[in-house]
Ligand binder design. Sequence first.
Ligand SMILES: NC(=O)c1ccc[n+]([C@@H]2O[C@H](COP(=O)([O-])OP(=O)(O)OC[C@H]3O[C@@H](n4cnc5c(N)ncnc54)[C@H](OP(=O)(O)O)[C@@H]3O)[C@@H](O)[C@H]2O)c1
Length: 303
Amino acid sequence: MDHKNRQIEGSAPSDVENATLSTPDSLPRLKDEQIKKVAGSIIWCFISKGYVSFKMGKVIVITGASRGIGAATARLAAAHGYAVCVNYLKSQKDADSIVDEIKSTGGKALAVASDISLETDVVNLFKTVDTRLGVITALVNNAGILETQMRVEEMDADRLNRIFAVNITGSFLCAKEAVRRMSRKHGGSGGAIVNVSSAASRLGSAGEYVDYAASKGAIDTLTIGLSREVAPEGIRVNAVRPAFIYTDIHANGGEPGRVDRIKAAIPMKRGGQPEEVANAIMWLLSDEASYVTGTFLDLAGGK
Ligand SMILES: NC(=O)c1ccc[n+]([C@@H]2O[C@H](COP(=O)([O-])OP(=O)(O)OC[C@H]3O[C@@H](n4cnc5c(N)ncnc54)[C@H](OP(=O)(O)O)[C@@H]3O)[C@@H](O)[C@H]2O)c1
């Protein structure tokens, strides 16, 4: 008798109906589909028991990431394994160089020009991320502007509308697109949002830019309200409130050396670096902050 290919006798269950005895170890030889079925069941069992987990790719959109705090956050996010969308308004060269830097270290990044104050631009920004980077898991609402220092009685409606359109409307529009993709209510897998507010929301920026400070007050309220709205849907929403950070933004207010002028009045007696803000943003986005939502991290040297 051929012991190597002996048919199983008797009434075999259908799954092994054509199995043969494989000598010398006498194990039934299974068909490909049967092997796949058994392997699938074993893997599923390991996943459901929590012995095995699969990490989905992390995808982050950072608005205003061509310079300053946004650029520092883009570099750090890439180092933490995120595929990074570097959004910008005009500075294509700067945005491209951040992307090149990330790619040169083996990361994935994409520069996308969009004016976040315009709804069509924001919709296109997120559609581009969908197709080029994948499902968004994190958003940093960082892009923000201020204008020449002046008192409130000098501000006209055009200026106020420009500031509010970028700082407030832009952050709302980006949050909207992110929630539509991340929320479990919409079939997403959750995520995290960090809004870049400012200590100005607490301090008021008297004599400099109360309009800007007020726009950051709105961002604080967005953070609280949205965090409560989407917490049950797997999305955490927090904010950082930096101040006196060495970036180009102070030049836009007409005083490039503002941080150095003010630093003696800062309890820590120094200005901050964009990387110090980026570290706080990345912590709020990380699993280490898994029970943190609707809160603020002040990065203002004790002010
Ligand atoms: N620096 C500080 O001391 C400080 C303190 C508190 C809060 N913050 C906040 O931190 C955030 C980043 O500030 P920063 O100091 O890094 O500013 P920054 O150096 O002036 O950079 C601003 C970034 O925002 C982008 N941007 C401006 N308008 C935009 C628009 N309409 N659409 C898309 N992107 C736009 C710019 O893009 P382009 O390069 O293309 O123009 C740039 O990438 C802001 O929200 C700011 O209010 C800063």
